[in-house]
Design a protein around this ligand. Sequence first.
Ligand code: ZN
Length: 255
Amino acid sequence: MTHEVNITRMDAFTYRDLISSGDAVVLIPVGSVEQHGAHMPLGTDMMLSTKMSELTAQQIGAIVGPTISFGYKSQQRSGGGNHIVGTFGFDADTVIGICRTLVREFSRHGVNKIVFVNGHYENYQFVYEGVDLAMRDLAGLGEGPRVMLLSYWDFVTPQVIERLYPEGFPGWDVEHGGVMETSLMLEYFPELVQMDRLIDHPAAELPLYDLFPVDPSLTPASGCLSSGKASTAEKGRILAESIVTGMATAISGRL
Ligand SMILES: [Zn+2]
């Protein structure tokens, strides 16, 4: 049995009841709107960061705040690149400002425990900066919130990686549109994945540097950096179990 944990689907009275103790944990998913090849939707990162947050919240009695749908610019060596149409890249100060505002707003509501659950590789340092600036804003105004920041894929254990990538793990940076995201989407949003449209190719071999202007020929034509061909819903279940267990343990232990 699952219960509603997402505050955007709750009324304000229910939300206020849930946070009234001052002990509530709020998980804020951070995604992007970005091309994910021919086989997955633009909203993959916002959907998966929200789903991983909701599953974790159900386990630990937390709630999920509004998803930050727009992320920092896709970079060629981790997301194919911002030059690809279908990707919406926001400037760093926009991402920083949204995160900073959300910490301040939740704090104003009386929420003292906040977790940012990142689902778009390029976001991380800008979420970090937004949180850091908010902590500075709130310093001296009472105890202030405690904030945790994580990327959900970091909770896939080495054992699961070994089991799901028998031919070798390409790395989270080139997972964009690959086996992890495609398998999780097959498990939770199967109607949005078109495996017959998936373009199979070896993991991208990217240089050790970035170029301006970008050289589009360095990104595979699929827009993905590794192939999702070996993806299955069962792998999605195994990945999610590892992710949710790890996140739940970290959050319960620290906040
Ligand atoms: Zn993605």
